[in-house]
Ligand binder design. Structure first.
Ligand code: 5GP
Length: 197
């Protein structure tokens, strides 16, 4: 059964790493590529990591109602294009959205059947550590992200599922379990089963 999975949580919590594991482990699951007005980071590729749009192009796409949801985050806009989700669902795939909390709320309102997962840090200090060690943002940008993170943490109770990223392997197993249960693909005892330790 094709479903839309919304995976949210504060910047630096490890959403990207957990989602990369999830996509490797669960067949038929695809990531929606978001649009953003922020500049590409080193190594990011247009069309693979994001659709990088100029602000006026982003506005045009809003006016054309091309977005399922969009939000401003830390001074830049981010949004999910309808075509990204629709095409994948039509091909019979389930779709993962990696988005922030305001966008997650909009998807919840528009697609009540979407499955909403909040990834939480084991403690607030771990967010700063991860953002600093990632080395992709200036100290000012990290402070701005941590300020938003506080508000995002307050929204945790709105989400049907919470996965605490205390340990990457454990959290990846838990997320995989949630997704497999929703789409009805049980964990087989083959190569993908990493739960036996
Ligand atoms: P980053 O700049 O670190 O790539 O992303 C910043 C935040 O924007 C992250 O929390 C990320 O999940 C979120 N984000 C990425 N794409 C989208 C999107 O399409 N919509 C919304 N609402 N947030 C997004």
């Amino acid at each position: 059964m094709s479903k839309v999975f919304v995976i949210t949580g504060p910047s630096g919590v490890g959403k990207g790493t957990l989602i990369a594991r999830l996509l490797e482990r669960v067949p038929g699951l695809e990531l929606s590529i978001s649009a953003t007005t922020r500049e590409p980071r080193e190594g990011e590729v247009d069309g693979r990591d994001y659709h990088f749009l100029a602000p006026d192009e982003f506005d045009r796409r809003i006016a054309a109602e091309d977005f399922i949801e969009f939000a401003t985050y830390s001074g830049h806009r981010y949004g999910t294009l309808r075509s990204e989700v629709r095409n994948r669902l039509e091909e019979g795939h389930s779709v993962v959205l990696e988005i922030e909390v305001q966008g997650a709320r909009q998807v919840r309102a528009a697609m009540r059947e979407s499955v909403q997962v909040f990834i939480a840090p084991p403690d607030p200090a771990s967010l700063r550590r991860r953002l600093e060690s990632r080395g992709t943002d200036s100290l000012e940008a990290i402070d701005a992200r941590l300020e938003v993170a506080e508000q995002e943490m307050a929204a945790q109770g709105e989400f049907a599922h919470t996965v605490v990223n205390d340990d990457l392997d454990r959290a990846a197993d838990e997320l995989e379990g949630i997704v497999r249960a929703e789409i009805g693909i049980p964990l087989d005892s083959g190569a993908n089963d990493q739960t036996t330790r």
